[in-house]
Design a protein around this ligand. Structure first.
Ligand SMILES: C[S@@+](CC[C@H](N)C(=O)[O-])C[C@H]1O[C@@H](n2cnc3c(N)ncnc32)[C@H](O)[C@@H]1O
Length: 251
């Protein structure tokens, strides 16, 4: 496996983003038909209900600022934090909010500074010791709740150098040791769609870096396979995919 150096990797992803077609609500995922469906489901079904009661919010791993912008437009006071200077530069250019740089080992905020602290597809890109340190810090600066939105699986697997698919119980164990209890767990029903997206990505040019524009052929194949995989996901319980894990401060 090639070495995964977080800041370099995410700076490189950020440099690819301006050339994509996804436009509008900037996000750090791929610009494919499935990713758009996943992104919409994340915002409406997972993120909005999780943060309904919070006013002050910290997003750790805010990337180019898509989530911060989306929440800010809905009246929330959101701060973004990210390891990548290139991501932060794009976020600051696109969203009027405070953004800070951090590698997550220490968050530059006082204890219990925010109503809610969340991360979306961030911890899955951190090796275990770094993910644990980041979760400890998220727990420290959250007054009331911590929300994680990570790709999880029924079996743990590191399927790419940059990607650790963990069980939800791994996250729950770390946050429970830091004073929080799991109050809600929900995985999107997209297992067949996730598997299809992996297959199409694997068959695409190997030189494409994450975040880079996909080919028209790639997007067309995904679009053609989506109806069948969505039909499967409507009836099969989800085994992998984006999972909301919400935690409340104990006592
Ligand atoms: C897949 S992107 C997700 C961006 C955003 N949360 C979204 O949903 O569009 C992961 C982001 O997390 C950041 N990141 C990864 N590990 C981090 C860490 N330990 N501390 C701070 N940021 C981190 C990366 O730089 C990148 O911007």
């Amino acid at each position: 496996m090639t070495e995964y150096v977080k800041q370099d990797y995410w700076d490189e992803v950020a440099r690819h983003l301006p050339a994509r077609e996804i436009g509008g609500d900037l996000v750090a995922g791929d610009d494919t038909p499935f990713y758009r469906i996943k992104r919409a489901a994340f915002l409406e079904k997972l993120l909005a209900p999780a943060l309904a009661d919070a006013t002050t919010i910290l997003e750790v791993g805010s990337g180019p600022g898509g989530n911060v912008g989306w929440l800010t437009r809905r009246g929330k006071k959101v701060t973004g934090a990210d390891i990548s200077p290139e991501m932060l530069a794009q976020a600051r250019a696109n969203v009027e909010a405070e953004f800070v740089q951090t590698d997550g080992s220490t968050l530059p905020f006082d204890d219990r500074s925010f109503d809610a602290v969340f991360a979306a597809t961030v911890l899955q890109h951190n090796q275990p010791a770094d993910a644990e340190a980041l979760l400890r810090e998220m727990a420290r600066v959250a007054a009331t709740s911590v929300h994680l939105f990570e790709d999880t699986s029924v079996l743990p697997v590191r399927d790419r150098p940059s990607h650790w698919l963990r069980r939800p119980s791994w996250y729950a164990q770390v946050l429970e040791a830091n004073g929080f209890v799991l109050t809600k767990r929900e995985r999107l029903r997209q297992t067949a769609q996730e598997a299809m997206a992996v297959l199409v990505r694997t068959a695409s040019p190997r030189t494409r870096h994450e975040g880079a524009r996909t080919t028209e052929r790639h997007r067309k194949i995904e679009a053609a396979l989506l109806p069948a995989t969505r039909a499967i996901d409507a009836v099969v319980p989800p085994a992998v995919g984006l999972t909301r894990m919400s935690f409340s401060r104990r006592g």
